[in-house]
Design a binder for this molecule. Structure first.
Ligand code: COA
Ligand code: AMP
Length: 647
């Protein structure tokens, strides 16, 4: 008989060794582990100590060996280039082992880092898996980041090699990656040995004979190679994510725990099984792309879809329904913003009627809170369960979800349901005391975190402790605020730090402030994430100009928008700035960003008792009104970020 969610959850917390060692049987090991959970070096925990495996072997070779070779592993669907290509497990294995052979031939070995700056093409997946095959550590940088961001990551990861492409196609616009890569290399202090460049016929690049190797030439005389056994605790990848400062955090992922957790998650959370078609409509540059475009579906023996397009405009708001129908997708995972955009362009969902959605069973949403409107619209239209689930780059897989593969629980719109087995989720007040049910506080996870989550930050144990473990010893601080209701359902209300979510992309307002502060006319600034009906949040800059500045608001806005695109990238969606004479602060000098955000969103504002000069708030309100915010009729849900001024 199938176990209930409560039974599975209880076991995962009370007997984590027993639970995870059973789950780990679904992974092929070269050497079995000595210890399931190694807690001998608290607060650092390691899973499957002593075990040896290879992630690429689990994603490809074993499926071919066990008769899945002719099943489609990867479907590349690219409306922007009008191409659809399919790779069986056998074909993908051939290409990956060949590319790994080429990497090995130039001296890449276990532990070396390789930075990937790639669009959504099969070669990105091939390169990731080839790194895993050799035990090399990949670090994928999202293509929407500007050269400076790429340079910061190169300097931290210190790669031997960069793998990139000549460019990308954003709907109809060509984006030239090669000049951006060259600029990044000129900024970075660390110099990789070589760059492998995939030439795309739509966006050809001029290669530098000294530094660059054309992907085609690189593999011309390569010989396929086998998998290198690595320790379960060896790093598989580093993925940089926004923190509160200009230096991103290098989230490290190990091999063993990651493979075990992802394999379990696909069946137990997503109810998706070997042979099913799974589609994560995200990008390989984000954690969702790592976990659910590449690793989880392939480790499970599913067919995964790599979609180079958007939810609208490629070519119309029926794009997602076309992919689902054409490739017989069972499970779609995307961000709510992708659905809000479809809803805006096709409110009645008329495009859906053109497609046979017979195989489609589930829609999973994450990256930001699913607002009840989007939930209702998608549920009514698609008539399948719509599941909001919550997780972070750091965890690599969901923290709270409706685990459909275990037991489907009733959906409560606005909640991401209950903690996933393995995660002991609690809500604390600022003093570290657990708050009663239904009361908002800081959402934390009692240590140890389950397998597959970050064991530390790349080369930075201190920052790992400082960022996540110091505030409440024994707990991982998620930096999200929220509450648990009387039925045990978790509600995530928003970040309590300087991180914002723009169109499902995680960005740091602190980093944006550092960029704005470089402008010679700016004396002081603050960036806040204001509510946006389409993208969830958008950044808005409030700047105080130096007394001798002659700039007017429009002029400084244009200059700052350009700086932000050049230094952080277009993905920041930074377009709005207002000039003010002062920023509101507490008497101790802390800028009241949360209060300004509430003013911008039209939410109720309680004037903090520690404010230095309450009059400043009226000026802020007027300034925000000038750029279209601070409307009293704002539909923004109240409650978000109530906590941030207290931290
Ligand atoms: N390379 C270069 N530029 C990129 C890029 C890439 N890979 N991805 C986005 N950009 C650019 C866009 O072209 C746009 O540029 P513009 O300001 O010159 O127009 C800018 O970055 C902002 O992009 P975005 O916010 O994504 O807006 P959009 O209108 O292009 O797309 C959505 C809107 C909602 C369709 C898209 O953001 C989306 O699908 N989001 C879901 C994200 C997701 O899956 N997150 C993972 C969690 S599930
Ligand atoms: P990222 O690391 O890019 O995955 O972003 C993680 C952050 O996105 C979390 O800390 C949350 O603030 C937010 N987030 C992700 N999924 C959800 C969700 N389902 N509900 C609310 N917030 C979410």
């Amino acid at each position: 008989m199938n176990k209930s969610y409560d039974e599975v959850y209880k076991r995962s917390i009370e007997d984590c060794d027993g639970f995870w060692s059973e789950v780990a049987e679904k992974i092929d090991w070269f050497k079995k582990w000595d210890k399931v959970l190694d807690d001998s070096n608290k607060p650092f925990y390691r899973w499957f100590q002593g075990g040896q495996l290879n992630t690429c072997y689990n994603a490809l070779d074993r499926h071919v060996e066990k008769g899945r070779g002719s099943q489609i592993a990867l479907i590349y669907d690219s409306p922007v280039t009008k191409k659809i290509e399919k790779f069986t497990y056998e074909q993908l294995l051939q290409q990956v082992s060949l590319f790994a052979g080429a990497l090995k031939a130039i001296g890449i070995e276990k532990g070396d880092r390789i930075v990937l700056y790639m669009p959504m093409v099969p070669e990105a997946v091939i390169a990731m898996l080839a790194c895993a095959r050799l035990g090399a550590i990949h670090s994928v940088v999202f293509g929407g980041f500007a050269p400076n961001e790429l340079a910061v990551r190169i300097d931290d990861a210190k790669p031997k090699l960069v793998i990139s492409a000549s460019g990308a196609i954003e709907v109809t616009r060509l984006i030239y990656y090669k000049p951006m890569l060259d600029k990044a290399l000129s900024i970075a202090k660390h110099k990789p040995d070589k760059c492998i460049i995939l030439q795309r016929p739509e966006v050809m690049a001029e290669l530098n004979k000294e530094m660059d190797i054309d992907w085609k030439d690189f593999i011309k005389s390569a010989k396929p190679v086998d998998c290198v056994p690595v320790n379960a605790t060896d790093p598989l990848y580093i993925l940089y994510t926004s923190g509160t400062t200009g230096t991103p955090k290098g989230v490290m992922r190990d091999n063993g725990g990651h493979a075990v957790a992802l394999r379990w998650s696909l069946e137990n959370i997503y109810d998706t099984h070997p042979g099913d078609v799974f589609w994560a409509a995200s990008d390989v540059g984000w954690v969702v792309g790592h976990s659910y475009i590449v690793y989880a579906p392939l480790i499970t023996g599913c067919t995964t879809i790599l979609y180079e397009g958007k939810s609208v405009g490629t070519p119309d708001p029926g794009a997602f329904w076309r992919v689902i129908s054409q490739h017989k997708v069972k499970t779609l995972f995307t961000a709510p913003t992708a659905f809000r955009v479809i809803k805006r362009e096709d409110p009645s969902g008329s495009y859906l009627s053109k497609y046979d959605m017979g195989n489609f069973k589930y829609l999973f949403l994450a990256g930001e809170r699913t607002d009840p409107d989007t939930y209702q619209w998608a549920s009514n239209l698609l008539k399948v369960p719509v599941i909001d689930h919550w997780w972070q780059t750091e965890t690599g897989w969901p923290i709270t979800a409706n685990c459909l593969g275990i037991e489907k629980m009733p959906v409560k719109p606005g909640s991401s349901t209950k903690p996933v087995p393995g995660y002991d989720v609690r809500v604390l007040d600022n003093d570290g005391k657990e708050v009663p049910r239904n009361k908002e506080g800081l959402v934390v996870i009692k240590l140890p975190l389950p397998p597959g989550t970050l064991p530390t930050l790349w080369n930075n144990d201190e920052r790992f402790k400082e960022s996540y473990l110091k505030m409440f010893p024994g707990y991982y601080l998620t930096n999200d605020g929220g509450y648990i209701d009387s039925d045990g359902y978790v509600y995530i209300m928003g970040r309590v730090d300087d991180v914002i979510n723009v169109a499902g992309h995680r960005l740091s307002t602190g980093e944006m402030e550092e960029i704005i502060a470089k402008h010679p006319d700016v004396a002081e600034c603050a960036v806040i994430g204001v509510h946006d009906t389409l993208k969830g949040q958008l950044p808005v800059g409030l700047v105080v100009l130096k007394s001798n500045s002659q700039k007017v608001e429009d002029e400084i806005t244009q200059e700052l928008v350009k700086m932000m695109r050049d230094e952080l990238g277009p993905i920041a969606c930074f377009r709005k700035v207002c000039v003010v004479s002062r920023l509101p602060k507490t008497r101790s000098g802390k800028i009241l960003r949360g209060t300004m955000k509430r003013i911008a969103d039209g939410s109720e504002v309680v004037i903090p008792p520690t404010i230095d000069d309450p009059v400043t708030l009226s000026e802020i309100e007027e300034a925000l009104k000038r750029i279209g915010y601070a409307r009293k009729d704002s539909e923004f849900f109240v409650g978000c970020l109530r906590l941030d001024e207290r931290l």
